[in-house]
Structures are given as C-alpha cells and as structure tokens.
Design a protein around this ligand. Structure first.
Ligand SMILES: [Zn+2]
Ligand SMILES: [Zn+2]
Length: 397
C-alpha cells in the first residue's frame, strides 16, 4: 500500500510543485496567511473535506472520515507563514511581495500536506479512522500552534496522535531524519536594560558607564554554558543585540541587550534562566548600576514520543528504504509543533531538501533559501503513509 501511495504522490508531483510555487510567489506573514488559507480551504472543499476555517485567525482544518467510524483520529500538520526577508533568488517563482519570503520552506509544507489530502481523499475507503489536516498560521516565533490548541484543534474529533514534517536544507535531498525524545529546543528571549549614569567621556569617574557594565555582563553570561552546565547536556546563551550610546565623547546613561536562551529540557532551561538573572543582577551591583532583566519563554522543547517515532521510522523505511532514513541530530532551533506534542503523542520528521548542485543547501531563513522540489512528493507520501499506517495498525501509544 505504501508503494501505491508513493507512486500516486509521484503522479501528482506537478500539482504539488505548482501549489508550492504559488504559495512561494505570494508569501504571507504570521496571522496574515489569508490568501494561502483561502486556497487551502478551496482545494480541501473540492476534494470533499469537511473544512473549518478561522481557527487562530487564519488556520484551516480539513477532516476526512474513513471507513471505520469507531477508528482513531490522527492529525497531520503543516505551517503556512513566511518571513520578513527580501528574496534574493532569481527564479520564475520568486516572491512577488516585497520584503516577504518563504525562507523556511513552509510553502513546501503546505503544498506537501495538500498532496497528502488529495491522495487520502482518493483512498478514503481504505482508511480505518479519521484524518485531521491541520494548516496552522504563525509558526515563526509567535506560536500559532499554541493558539490552535487553545482554540480546540485537537478536539472534536479528539486527536490520538499527530505527525509533522519540516524540510531541512542541511540534510541530503530525499533522506528523512528523525529521532526519539528531544529533537528541537525550548527557546526564550532575553531583554536586559542596564541603567548607569551618563556623563563626559573625559570624566569616566563621575559616571557609571553602562557600556563597560554591559560588556562585563555579556562576558560573564558566557560562563553559564561553559561552567554551570553538565558538559554532556546542551544549552545556548547568545546576546545578539547591544545598543548604547550615540557619539564619541559622551558616556551614555543606559545600555540595552537582547538575546536568546535555549535548552533541550525544561530543567536546563530553568537553570540557565536562574543563572542569567543572577549574573546580570550581581554584575550590575558590583559596578553600582541598576538593571532590569526580562526572560520571556518561547516554545517548549519538541519531544518526539518514543512509540510514535518507532512507528514513523518503520513507516518511512518501508516507504523509501532503510538507506534513506537517518537519525536526526537535535538542534537548538525551536518549533511550535512542541505545543501539539505536549497534548498528544506524535513525532516530527525532517525531510532533506539540500542539493548543492541545485543550490538548495542554503541555510533556513537565508535570502537565497530554496527547496529541492524533486523530493516534495516524498514528503507528501510520508504524510499520507503515516496517517494510513497509524489508523491501519490501530496503535495505542
Ligand atoms: Zn523558520
Ligand atoms: Zn520552519
């Protein structure tokens, strides 16, 4: 059956690619995916789906009931939002919207999931349960998945398991990577304001120089990962913005620092947060400066359920062969798919789209990011196969 799904995906490859190009040409930022979600709803309706729109503003859900009314419900998820980046690729399907670009591959996710929706609608009589297709808005840093969950996307019918897929430019085209347990990081935002006393650059003794204090804070923060974390664990503290001062002979009154902290578990994230607060406050006291430290948690860690991951691995091995399935390396990027995994078991897979010959190996969020369209059908077949297999074998995890 999986081979039939793969063949069918290959047959409709030109559709998948043309949807992807259409989404790519008209990228939309978080919560503004109006054109995209309208198109998704239109296609799902055409294929006979029960369609729900307006979840988390622009989210769309398609429901397909298979043969067995008492069967389980499995969800498949794609994200639809683009990024505020000016595209630098010179391709016929280049973004038509100034300053907005699909530089993470969410256009491909939407197109691949549409392909799966088309295929599964054709084989409805072979599905032992219900499939819920989730097209969510606002994955990029704003947690659209959280709102989807709050607005009931996992209810009515209640979802028993969920699978997601992300194109991955650093993985060889056509390979699928996955791993049990923590796969992506818990994220957080750092905002620090250091208040000193400004004055003349020639009289530093009459000031409390926030630039010197902030520099010391930044250096001290580096010791959290190197000196406080078990070397076997992983974590990140990066200060990515340092704003202070305007000219050459004035010591400014304040400095602003911004950055991010990341970890693969809540425990490490909490440890890092405690240390950041402590180091910033105590360093500032040592220099006589005042400070405020604001640590804003982002997404939770994306933790793949062991049984769901085993099932997914078996399924993709059957679909594309053992030689094309690899163990994923955890990354410190965050994914709001984590919010679904907090509620229901599931797994998040990575589809390699990196092909140096086609130039599709650029990093995600790069203005020259692109995907190898020749493997999108594999993503479609993966989505469809995971749903089919989960319902067929009536897994209980
Ligand atoms: Zn991204
Ligand atoms: Zn992404």
């Amino acid at each position: 059956m999986l081979k039939l799904i793969l063949n069918r995906a290959k047959e409709i490859e030109s559709n998948i690619i043309s949807w992807r190009r259409e989404f790519h040409m008209y990228p939309e930022l978080a919560y503004n995916e109006k054109r995209t979600s309208k198109r998704v709803a239109e296609l799902l309706t055409k294929w006979g789906y029960k369609v729900i729109t307006g979840i988390a503003e622009t989210g769309v859900v398609g429901i397909l009931k298979g043969e067995d009314a008492n069967g389980k419900t499995v969800a498949l998820r794609a994200d639809m939002d683009a990024l505020p980046i000016q595209e630098e690729n010179d391709v016929p399907y280049k973004s038509r919207i100034d300053g907005v670009m699909h530089a993470c591959g969410h256009d491909a996710h939407t197109a691949m999931l549409l392909g799966a929706a088309k295929i599964l609608s054709e084989m409805k009589d072979k599905l032992r349960g219900t499939v819920k297709f989730i097209f969510q808005p606002a994955e990029e840093g704003v947690g659209g998945a959280k709102r989807m969950v709050e607005e009931g996307v996992l209810k009515d019918p209640d979802v028993n398991a969920i699978f997601g897929l992300h194109v991955w430019s650093s993985i060889e085209s056509g390979k699928i990577a996955l791993k049990e347990g923590p796969a992506l990081a818990a994220t957080g935002k750092i905002e620090i304001e250091i208040e000193g006393i400004g004055g003349h650059g020639a009289s530093p003794h009459l000031t409390i120089d926030p630039i010197v204090v902030a520099s010391s804070v930044i250096m001290n923060l580096q010791t959290i990962i190197s000196r406080n974390l078990d070397p076997i664990e992983s974590g990140v503290v990066s200060i990515c913005a340092f704003h202070s001062g305007t000219t050459w002979n004035v010591i400014p009154p304040r400095a602003i620092l911004k950055g991010t902290y990341r970890a693969l578990t809540f425990e490490i994230r909490d440890l890092i947060k405690k240390k950041i607060k402590n180091i910033v406050e105590k360093t500032c006291i040592a220099y006589g400066a005042k400070c405020s430290v604001n640590l804003i948690d982002g997404v939770p860690p994306t933790i793949n359920h062991p049984e769901a991951t085993k099932m997914a691995r078996k399924t993709v091995i059957e679909l594309i062969g053992e030689e094309n399935v690899i163990e994923a390396k955890p990354t410190m990027g965050g994914e709001d798919f984590a919010y679904y995994l907090e509620k229901v078991p599931g797994a998040f897979l990575e589809l390699g789209t990196g092909n140096p010959e086609k130039g599709t190996d650029k990093p995600h969020h790069n203005p020259r990011f692109d995907v190898d369209e020749a493997v999108l059908y594999i993503g479609t077949a993966t989505y469809a196969s995971l749903a089919y297999k989960y319902l067929l074998e009536n897994f209980n995890f």
